[in-house]
Design a protein around this ligand. Structure first.
Ligand SMILES: [Zn+2]
Length: 236
């Protein structure tokens, strides 16, 4: 039952990962972060957060002031349902971790993303990097991912866009776990599966008895349940 819960959790997260491919984000928020690193050097990064039902993408980039601007939140009850966000990452630590992880060649032209998927809790994640300073010879942008798959980004389709597009629109099938969320979702879907299975069995047994058969093995008892079932021993 736990395995089933785990499988359902993955299927739900993968199903959710289809949403950004067809819809714009329900919520987009931009903030500017600055801090002093260990050497006392002043650092600055922009955080852009895109949100869908069951998906949260945090995007980090260093410059592009003009490309990050607030857009009004779309008002939608369904789309603004927020998944259970157990560990909201500290954005400054998260940004440093992403830049350390990918070591981008052109930090100023690079956008790094951490996308988390899952419902009711965020349970799977992927990280991605796009350097869109110049298209490569084959007409795509340089991209790297960890824990998720990326489709080809055709540079012709994205050149000249005045804003940073959500990476989630090009990401598929996250597989890096967020452990707390994974455990919660697995238990959640395991409980639902157990309840459904229990109901199915109860309904099946009741229907067999209505037809005059043994509820456990369907042996024909002609509505006489007083002596129990000679076939499987029920009530004997
Ligand atoms: Zn029986």
């Amino acid at each position: 039952m736990l395995l089933l819960g785990l499988i359902i959790n993955f299927l739900v997260a993968w199903g959710l990962s289809m949403i950004p491919h067809t819809l714009g984000p329900a919520n987009t928020k931009a903030v500017q972060l600055s801090w002093n690193d260990e050497d006392g050097e002043h650092r600055m990064v922009y955080l852009l957060r895109h949100q869908w039902f069951g998906i949260v993408e945090n995007q980090y980039h260093q410059t592009r002031r003009s490309r990050s601007h607030d857009r009004p939140n779309q008002i939608s009850i369904w789309w603004s349902w927020t998944p259970l966000d157990l560990f909201e990452p500290n954005p400054i630590e998260q940004s440093q971790a992403l830049f350390n992880r990918f070591q981008p060649e052109n930090p100023e032209a690079t956008v790094l993303s951490r996308v988390r998927y899952g419902f009711p809790a965020l349970s799977l994640q992927g990280r991605s990097m796009i350097d869109d300073s110049a298209p490569q010879a084959n007409g795509t942008y340089e991209t790297q991912t960890r824990g998720i798959f990326f489709d080809r980004i055709d540079a012709n389709n994205t050149l000249g866009k005045p804003e940073v597009w959500p990476h989630a629109q090009h990401l598929w099938f996250p597989y890096h776990p967020i452990w707390a969320g994974l455990i919660i979702n697995t238990l959640f879907y395991a409980c639902i599966s157990a309840m459904v299975l229990y109901l199915v069995i109860r309904v099946r047994n009741a229907r067999r008895m209505l037809r005059g058969r043994c509820p456990y093995c369907a042996y024909e008892m002609h509505h006489d349940f007083s002596l129990g079932c000679p076939e499987c021993g029920w009530r004997c």
